[in-house]
Each structure stands twice: as C-alpha cells, then as structure tokens.
Design a protein around this ligand. Sequence first.
Ligand SMILES: Cc1cc2nc3c(=O)[nH]c(=O)nc-3n(C[C@H](O)[C@H](O)[C@H](O)COP(=O)(O)O)c2cc1C
Length: 343
Amino acid sequence: MTAEASAPTPAFSPWRLNVAPCMDWTDRHCRLLHRQITRHTRVYSEMVTTGALLFGDVPRHLDFNEEEHPVALQLGGSEPEDLAKAARLGAQWGYDEINLNCGCPSERVQRGAFGACLMAEPALVRDCVAAMRAAVDLPVTVKHRIGIDQEESYDFVRDFVGTVAEGGCEVFIVHARNAWLQGLSPKENREIPPLRYEHVYRLKRDFPQLTIVLNGGVKTHEEIAAHLAQVDGVMLGRQPYHEPWTMADWDALFFNDPGRQGLSREAVEAHMVAYMDRHIARGGAWPQVARHMLGLWNGTPGARKWRQVWSDHSLKATSPAEVAARASAARGGVSAARSPVSA
Ligand SMILES: Cc1cc2nc3c(=O)[nH]c(=O)nc-3n(C[C@H](O)[C@H](O)[C@H](O)COP(=O)(O)O)c2cc1C
C-alpha cells in the first residue's frame, strides 16, 4: 500500500463536497475521471427511473467502477414500492447512497409525476423515503429545489423538509432556486429562477440535526468555503464538468488531505487512456470516455488544439495511446500515455 493510499480518512461530513447528478454527463466514465482528480468528493449517478430499473437492462444502468466510491445512485420515481425495489437493486450493486430526485423540472419527468413536481406532495415523498429506508441499509437522501412555480415563501421548503425528514431522510441536497414547471426548459430552469442561498442557510439553522447540502451556481473555492461556513456540504454540477481541474485542489483545501498535491493533468490523462483500453476490450469506444475530459486542459496553452484531437471522431479506430500522443503534441506537451501514472 502506498503512503497516499493509507492516508487517514478525514473526519468531515461524507457530503462535504459533491459532484451533482447530471443526465448524459455523470456516467461511470465521467465519475471515474472525477475520481482521479479528487479522492474524497462524493459523486452521483445520472438519474435512473424506477421503470428503467424494474423493466430494463439493470447492469447497463447500474454497473460502475470500484474506484468510484463513494458513489450515490439517483433514482427518479414516485411509487414507494417501486422505489424500494429499485433502491434494493442499488444496494445489491454496491452503491453507497440512494438519492431521490425531487428537483428535475423536465416535462417528460413531470408526465411521470416525479422530479420537482413531487415537492407539492411532501407526504408522498416521506412515504417513498420510508419505503426505501425499510428496504436498504444505506443513507436515503433527497435532492430538491427551494420551491416550485411562484411559491417563494421559505415556509414551503421548510415544511417539505420537515415532512420528508419524518420518513427517515437525514440528508437534503437543496438546489437553491425554484423550479418553474411551465414555460421554461430544464436548461433555463437552471439559470433563470433566482438563487436564494439564504433559504438553504435557514434550513440548516432550523434543522441543525439534518445534513444540509447547498447546490446551484457555485464555481470558485472561495464560494465553496463561504457556503461551508453555513451548511454541511456543497454540490457542484456544471463547473466541475466543464473544468474538471477545478477539483484538483479540493482534497487539500476542503478535506485536509494534501496527498494528491503532486497530481498532474498528464497523469490523469494517462490513467484515462489506460481505462479507455479496458473499455474498448469490453466492446466500447474511446469517444464515450473522452467526451467527459475535453475540459481537462482548459486554461492552459494549447488546450483548444488538444481538445480538437480528442473530439475528432474520425480517429475512432486509432488507439487511445496514439490519440493521446497526437493530442499532447498538438498542445505542445509530452505524450500523456508515456507519463508516469499516479495511483
Ligand atoms: C446536463 C445536466 C443534466 C442534469 N441532470 C440532472 C439529473 O439527472 N438529476 C438531478 O437531480 N439534477 C440534474 N441536473 C441538475 C444538477 O444536478 C444541478 O442541480 C444543477 O446543474 C445546479 O448546479 P450547478 O449550478 O452547480 O450546475 C442536471 C444538470 C445538467 C447541467
């Protein structure tokens, strides 16, 4: 075991820093990339609906890489029994947490009567949580908004949290803006309703025994630190996806673990190249992995040229090591595939 691997686990909340569940983004390849950059940050799956799990291809939806831990499975659904069965599958597969989506505003999700519209039915969410808690021996958590439509009073979200906590939920991840269920696309719903961090801070003051995680619009280390002075944890979605190297300082800054200070982009890229080889051996294609790391070199000279090589699907039949060599040459660096790989 290396000195790095035997470093003590810091005594922080398991939800101190989290990468948000994002459909089409936070698949197993993406989560593995993020895990190369930060060891302690919790990562979340894309939302998987109960229907997809109970009637679909379970391994396709649930398989993950052991290195991803701690990793949470996010479920979408509103039937307590179905959610209990889906949560049981998640536990069997080895996930560390089951999270219920009560924040997604998409019309497709609303037609299924789950996501953000569940905030109007706190007693149902309580029952869903209770059913999942009874089914699995894992934390069952809820991700939600501060309100829906024009409901702007703090009391609404306070009562939602109070009711859902009765079902056994002890961790609430709060996207600090309303979901407007009509007239806005999901993308607009992440940008237009105003952020109200004060509502999230108040939840922590009113429910000190609960773990409250703030989400929405957070980008910088300074912002993370300011929120951590008020709540137990912070979840970030778009910033770490687009700029994964944002996370390179997190272990040292927020988990008091300097073990990875020598980590380099080259080493991360080399690790992902080796992973791409394994993915190809299982029948996959390297662009499925590479698409999540296109922002890895952002902010450094040559990043755009490097990205262009990894985005070039005409190279699909070329080996990842060769693509990496070309990409590195394009940005004026040495080949990542030949750099030493850190653990
Ligand atoms: C492409 C994309 C897909 C998303 N999919 C989900 C999802 O499946 N489940 C969920 O709870 N939130 C989803 N979200 C919302 C994020 O989890 C997060 O709440 C939101 O982006 C706000 O955080 P941010 O400002 O740090 O990005 C998604 C966001 C994006 C950008």
